[in-house]
Design a protein. Structure first.
Length: 142
């Protein structure tokens, strides 16, 4: 185990941070555009919050929330570097975002559990939405 993981809310990624974050997006197949710090920073700026999990100054995980800033929010893009999984970073990311949302008056927090991550979210206290099905507009990049 290396040094402890720090969870930092960022409002703007430095060029070095942008590289690390885009690497995490790419590893999940969530980034098909060219690696542009400007595009990433638009996404960060437009989010309710964006958390970077850092170990020893390197970003090893991330997550963000999108919201109406009034009552509802969705978690999005939660991921941990495969080499760093299983040691609590995922839980740390989700907990940090949930705490921040509650502090900001958001009480309805939801997400789409992708790629068999449902057991992870169940462990963290989330419940499966009954009679619900995630949908995507036609021709959307997945
Ligand atoms: C899902 C993900 C973020 C979990 O990150 P992680 O750092 O490995 O998770 P943690 O170590 O904090 O795990 C927290 C708890 O969930 C459990 N857990 C984690 N992943 C699990 C899984 N796939 N199945 C069952 N339990 C799981 C852990 O064992 C741990 O339980 P414990 O507290 O009893 O020890 C990570 O596996 C990942 O990046 N996956 C790919 C991206 C993805 O699918 N993200 C979700 C998109 S919605």
């Amino acid at each position: 185990m290396g040094p402890a993981v720090k969870y930092r809310f960022i409002k703007k990624a430095t060029p070095a941070q942008a590289k690390e974050i885009i690497t995490l997006y790419r590893a999940q197949g969530w980034w098909d555009k060219k690696a542009s710090a400007a595009a990433l920073n638009r996404l960060i700026r437009g989010s309710h919050c964006f958390v970077a999990a850092e170990r020893d100054g390197k970003i090893i995980g991330m997550g963000r929330a999108i919201s109406d800033r009034a009552g509802d929010a969705y978690l999005q893009d939660v991921t941990v570097d495969p080499a760093e999984r299983g040691s609590g970073a995922g839980r740390g990311i989700v907990t940090a975002i949930e705490r921040r949302l509650k502090r900001d008056g958001i009480s309805w927090i939801a997400l789409i559990a992708q790629d068999n991550s449902e057991p992870f979210y169940l462990k963290l206290g989330f419940k499966t939405l009954r009679r619900a099905r995630p949908m995507l507009a036609g021709n959307t990049y997945v």
